[in-house]
Design a binder for this molecule. Structure first.
Ligand SMILES: NC(=O)c1ccc[n+]([C@@H]2O[C@H](COP(=O)([O-])OP(=O)(O)OC[C@H]3O[C@@H](n4cnc5c(N)ncnc54)[C@H](OP(=O)(O)O)[C@@H]3O)[C@@H](O)[C@H]2O)c1
Length: 244
């Protein structure tokens, strides 16, 4: 897909990888951002005047549905690319005194239910004669979990399985379902942890590059090695990731 004169819809674009995707695609495309109100969102509006903004809290299913219905209300308005990028990650263990059980539902809602709902409601706008694409931004942790962030890893695993099944459901349509499996990236999500991180700009470039790749599950950087080890020696892959 040539990314020019397209209508692109993206979540999680107020910072990190999503913001870098917007910076790279903004000049040649029309972009709609789905984001909750914040100072960061206000700055985005100021810096990128042509952006269309739909305010939405992705941890609220009703807000997601209402937003998606607004987005698709104009039946003549097509979507060329839907990028499910927003996610949250909590790191406390279940046994930690500071573990807040209310984060369980929030993490599952933002990371898994919101993308499913958005895809469902956007399908009519994605169903066109020309090729369109759904990108679900995933993680190496969707293949093999680490010890921290059990719920986050589970939501990414769920996105992986969901994406594969959805791909089969849509195989006779014009819609391609792509997953990008990222390694550790230097954003607020990983602040204060990890080394040798990919920059958000590099991650965004890889995601955009993924569209010109014929593969639908695209592994970036160290995820290539992780998938290889996991295929041949799953126990070793689990041991390695347990220590991450
Ligand atoms: N960073 C990594 O190492 C890494 C590795 C593998 C995969 N990934 C994946 O890459 C994607 C982007 O991650 P990132 O590192 O760029 O994250 P980030 O910098 O923490 O940004 C997360 C984005 O999600 C939005 N968001 C969170 N909760 C929301 C809600 N309830 N409603 C609306 N928007 C909400 C945030 O908006 P606000 O500004 O309003 O908070 C922000 O724009 C995620 O899918 C993540 O799982 C990241």
């Amino acid at each position: 897909m040539k990314l020019e004169n397209k209508h692109i819809v993206i979540t999680g674009a107020t910072q990190g990888i999503g913001l870098e995707i917007v910076k790279q695609l903004y000049p040649q495309n029309e972009i709609t951002i789905i984001a909750r109100p914040s100072k960061r969102l206000d700055e985005l509006k100021t810096n990128f005047e042509r952006l269309k903004i739909l305010e939405c809290n992705l941890s609220d299913n009703q807000s997601v549905t209402t937003t998606a219905l607004k987005l698709t209300a104009n039946k003549d308005k097509k979507i060329d690319l839907l990028i499910n990028n927003a996610a949250i990650q909590y790191t406390p263990h279940f046994l930690d005194p500071q573990f807040n059980y209310e984060t369980i539902e929030q993490e599952i809602t933002v990371n898994f239910i919101a993308p499913c709902l958005l895809i469902y409601h956007c399908l009519p706008a994605l169903m066109q004669k020309s090729a369109t694409t759904i990108i679900n931004v995933n993680s190496g942790l969707g293949l093999v979990p680490k010890t921290n962030s059990a719920i986050y890893c589970a939501t990414k695993g769920a996105i992986n399985i969901f994406s594969q099944a959805l791909r089969s459901q849509l195989e006779k349509t014009n819609i391609r379902v792509v997953q990008i499996f990222l390694p550790l990236v230097n954003t607020n999500m990983t602040k204060g942890r990890g080394v040798n991180k990919l920059s958000a700009k590099e991650a965004a470039l890889e995601i955009i590059k993924g569209l010109s790749n014929s593969q639908n599950d695209i592994d970036i950087g160290k995820v290539k090695i992780l998938r290889f080890i996991n295929r041949l020696m799953p126990t070793l892959a689990q041991k390695i990731m347990k220590r991450v």
